[in-house]
Design a protein around this ligand. Structure first.
Ligand SMILES: Nc1ncnc2c1ncn2[C@@H]1O[C@H](COP(=O)(O)OP(=O)(O)O)[C@@H](O)[C@H]1O
Ligand SMILES: [Mg+2]
Length: 264
């Protein structure tokens, strides 16, 4: 972690020293830790996300950070969830059967709390839309990893359960070149069982992984072409090519990836 001190002038308080740490793992929002709480610049979706986090709080659900309001610089303030975030990626422990099953149950709980609620706006549930290891806080780095909270709800929106489950499979199972498709098929089945994915949705699950991948690389390309600085740096880092290769891999291995979902 990179830590530095910044002098901030607050009205009526003279010069106040905040301890600021740049949090690792964020590619987009420049999220910082200030005096023990997370601060992030508001986005066009912040009002929705803040209502969602307040809803989880009202339901006493601890699987998301608490929304604590806006700070004096207009940033959203969130509680810091202590634990281990595998933000560097590549920790195979996120794909153990036990860690995945616990994660699937956590996502199921998040979804069930919004099913039929006005926040879901007539859709099945509110989806997180960016489920990935670097957006997951685990209790500690001890194995089996135990997920305690989902963070980075920036992209949350009304949607279908299967979309989040597919994104989860893509990200935690690293569905792309270098992964064994038969191993992945067993894990996808375990995720579907732990979540309790309905049979009609099971049939769409792997197609939805490919759908996410295509949407993602196209989104980065078009945002970068439109001048978005964060997306330009992702493009320069070769991210769209990696995702295109992952998309081609999923499409090529689709039958194998679906094999265990189809069996009893
Ligand atoms: N509420 C939180 N509790 C603990 N860690 C957090 C929290 N919010 C963010 N982080 C840390 O900061 C990183 C970046 O935050 P995130 O919300 O994922 O931003 P970005 O949109 O940039 O990905 C995360 O990967 C995590 O390591
Ligand atoms: Mg993130």
């Amino acid at each position: 972690m990179q830590a530095d001190a910044k002098a901030v002038k607050r009205p009526g308080q003279g010069l106040h020293h905040e301890c600021i740490e740049k949090l690792p793992g964020g590619l987009i929002s420049g999220v910082v830790l200030v005096d023990g709480t997370v601060r992030r610049s508001p986005t066009g979706n912040s009002d929705f996300v803040n209502r969602l986090l307040r809803h989880y709080e009202a339901k006493s659900w601890n699987g998301a950070p608490r929304y604590l309001g806006r700070d004096e610089e207009g940033r959203d303030t969130l509680s810091y969830v202590h634990g281990y975030v595998p933000w560097r990626g590549g920790n195979p422990a996120v794909a153990s059967s036990a860690a995945l099953a616990a994660l699937a149950r956590l996502v199921r709980a998040a979804h069930d709390l919004t099913a039929g609620h006005p926040l879901a706006d007539g859709h099945e549930v509110v989806c997180h839309n960016d489920l990935s290891p670097k957006n997951t806080v685990y209790r500690s780095a001890d194995e089996p990893l135990e997920p305690v909270a989902l963070i980075d709800w920036d992209l949350a929106a009304p949607g279908r359960r299967v979309h989040d489950v597919a994104h989860l499979c893509w990200q935690y199972l690293s569905l792309g070149p270098g992964t064994d498709p038969s191993w992945a098929s067993r894990r996808i089945r375990e995720v579907a069982d732990a979540y309790g994915v309905a049979s009609a949705d099971r049939q769409e699950l792997v197609s939805k992984v490919a759908w996410w991948q295509e949407r993602c690389w196209r989104g980065i390309e078009s945002g970068a072409a439109g001048g978005d600085a964060a997306l330009i740096s992702l493009r320069e880092a070769g991210v769209p090519e990696e995702i295109r290769a992952a998309h081609a891999w999923v499409t090529h291995h689709q039958q194998t990836l679906e094999a265990d979902l189809a069996s009893d």
